[in-house]
Design a protein around this ligand. Structure first.
Ligand code: MG
Length: 176
């Protein structure tokens, strides 16, 4: 029997390895989450953002979306798709929205705020998201059509998670 069930620990490790293989570190994703939350809350800590990214990378839905999206990008680089979809994905066509669906689905785990945070990152393209986007559009052999949205959405989810944890802590601090 082929292995299809992975523990959260395994999923986090395999996701981290896949991101590294595609040129993305956890710190770079956490940095986006940190900068996004820092605008609203100066108490945010980078280590909490890193912990949130790691936690999100251990979730089954994220595992499936990240692994699938990264493999689609890799196969596009190898020109493995037949028909118009190969060129559409290779050119990172603006009106191709399937990559955004992956991103929205990840961000949706953290509700409406997660999704608006993803929208912010998708439009403003901070840090590693811009780097992936430029690399993918440079006409080189790189394709990051799916990965830029996946990375942006994980950052948005982490940023939202950090805000939720901070809110819970704040509520506990103010308990009478
Ligand atoms: Mg994209």
């Amino acid at each position: 029997m082929n292995k299809v069930y992975y523990s959260r620990e395994e999923m986090q490790r395999i996701n981290t390895e896949k991101l590294l293989e595609r040129g993305v570190t956890i710190d770079e994703i956490a940095k986006i989450a940190y900068n996004q939350q820092y605008r609203y809350n100066k108490d945010i800590k980078m280590e909490d953002c890193i912990e949130s990214v790691e936690k999100i990378l251990s979730l089954r839905d994220i595992f499936h979306l990240l692994q699938l999206g990264a493999e689609i990008d890799r196969l596009v680089e190898e020109k493995a798709f037949k028909g118009p979809i190969q060129d559409i994905m290779a050119s990172d066509l603006g009106v191709f929205g399937v990559d955004e669906i992956f991103g929205l689905d990840i961000a949706r785990l953290y509700g409406a705020i997660g999704q608006t945070n993803f929208g912010d990152i998708d439009v403003n393209k901070p840090g590693i998201v811009a780097k992936l986007n430029e690399q993918g559009k440079s006409g080189s052999m790189h394709c990051h059509t799916f990965l830029d949205d996946i990375v942006g959405a994980i950052a948005a989810a982490a940023s939202t998670r950090v805000a939720q944890i901070w809110s819970e802590d704040e509520a506990n601090r103010n308990k009478k």
